[in-house]
Design a protein around this ligand. Structure first.
Ligand SMILES: *Cc1c(COP(=O)(O)O)cnc(C)c1O
Length: 396
């Protein structure tokens, strides 16, 4: 097996060429190793492998060549020393937090979080004696004030779901480190193309590979990235022993997804920016939120830490839930779905779907009004997407 090293190439090149483990057959495309286990040449080799003295594979719960290729490619793309793939994004988030804490520890997290992430921090960790404080992630003083002597880690996502707030990663990392804590960033919305949390001071980055990394709505996956030491000490053993591993098949799909990520995300971002322009002054829209625009509430932070806008657009439609439903039902091309990052344009009404579990007061705190819509802009022609949205707005 021969490995390629492409760390010094530009991101687009790394997305296509990094991490390839080419078999003796010399295949051009990455091979799919659908195997649970591995055979040993002799008893001594089996012993050496279990002792960690022979570098080969043992069992696909913790290592598989196709999954390895995905991890290597992600690490090279992100500029991380190490990566571990997981079955889903939630497995990545859960393991990145659980791997760092024990009973008696405390976690500080930004309130504006993907729903299941909020469940892990607020409902699941306390069962094991890990307490948490949720803060307004954009308020740096709130992070400072939340620190306790037993705070072990900070967790945030930016831009946030669904209101697309932008949190200053470098400043929050400084507060975490001053408190002797680490910072974990869920970088799904920004994608590794537009934002590099590790370079900004974060200790760990997590992704739901289900989103832009697959990008074509096919399979679930996740990945945790960090320094060699962080992955070895906090992630590897837990993943190996508890088993939320990525299947080789999904790793293969996601590897192929990575090859086209830059092209897709750039095109989707351009279309999203175009859609944002057409909604900004629209009489039926009371508020438009798009991280690439100067009118975004945290435009200066976005400018400082992001290299691009977003494939997502959020906006508040006048007339609350009734208008939001009329609008969604009038769409012909953009489909109603809670997913994002897909080649197909998708729309969500967070108040009645992804954030239904929260109380109206909790939603209000997060800027999730009854008229808030979140559009994940796909790869269709931008004029068709804009036409569909504007036509449907007339029905609202
Ligand atoms: C989708 C998503 C997750 C969870 O990922 P799954 O692959 O669905 O488990 C976590 N965080 C963010 C920001 C997401 O969008």
């Amino acid at each position: 097996m021969s490995a390629s090293t492409t760390r010094n190439y530009r991101p687009e090149t790394r997305l296509v060429q990094s991490g390839i483990l080419r078999s003796p057959f010399g295949e051009t495309s990455e091979a799919l190793f659908l195997t649970q286990g591995y055979v040993y040449d002799n008893a001594a080799q089996a012993e050496a492998r279990f002792k960690g003295e022979d570098p080969g594979y043992q069992y696909s719960r913790f290592a598989n060549p196709t999954v390895d290729m995905f991890e290597r490619r992600m690490a090279a793309f992100e500029g991380a020393e190490a990566a571990r793939a997981t079955a889903t994004g939630m497995a990545a988030v859960t393991i990145s937090l659980v791997g760092q804490v024990r009973a008696g520890d405390h976690v500080v997290a930004s309130k504006a979080m993907f729903g299941s992430c909020r469940y892990v921090v607020e409902d699941y960790l306390p069962r094991f004696g890990v307490t948490s404080t949720l803060v307004d992630g954009c308020n740096l003083d709130a992070w400072r004030a939340a620190v306790r002597p037993n705070t072990k880690t900070f967790f945030l996502e930016t831009p946030t779901n669904p209101a697309l707030d932008v949190i200053d990663i470098a400043e929050v990392a400084k507060i975490a480190h001053a408190a002797g804590a680490t910072l974990v960033v869920d970088n799904v919305f920004a994608t590794p193309l537009y934002q590099s949390p590790l370079a900004l001071g974060a200790d760990c980055v997590v992704y739901s590979a289900t989103k832009h990394i697959d990008g074509q709505g096919r399979c679930l996956g996740g990945v945790v990235l960090g320094s060699q030491q962080f992955i070895r000490d906090k992630i590897h053993v837990l993943l190996r022993q508890t088993g939320p591993s990525m299947s080789p098949f999904n790793a293969w799909v996601l590897l192929k997804g990575l090859e086209t990520l830059a092209v897709r995300v750039r095109r989707q971002t351009d279309s999203a920016a175009t859609l944002a322009v057409s909604l900004a002054e629209h009489p039926k829209v009371s508020r438009l939120i798009y991280p690439g625009r100067p009118d975004h509430p945290q435009a200066a932070v976005a400018q400082k830490q992001m290299r691009g806008g977003s494939t997502l657009v959020a906006f508040e439609i006048k007339g609350g839930k009734k208008a939001a439903f009329q609008f969604q039902d009038a769409l012909k091309l953009v489909r109603i779905s809670n997913n994002l990052g897909d080649a197909k344009s998708l729309i969500t009404h967070p108040a009645t779907t992804t954030h239904q579990r929260l109380t109206p007061a909790q939603r209000a705190e997060l800027g999730i009004g009854d008229g808030l819509m979140r559009v994940s802009v796909g790869l269709e022609h931008p004029d068709d997407i804009v036409e569909d949205v504007l036509t449907a707005l007339e029905a609202a």
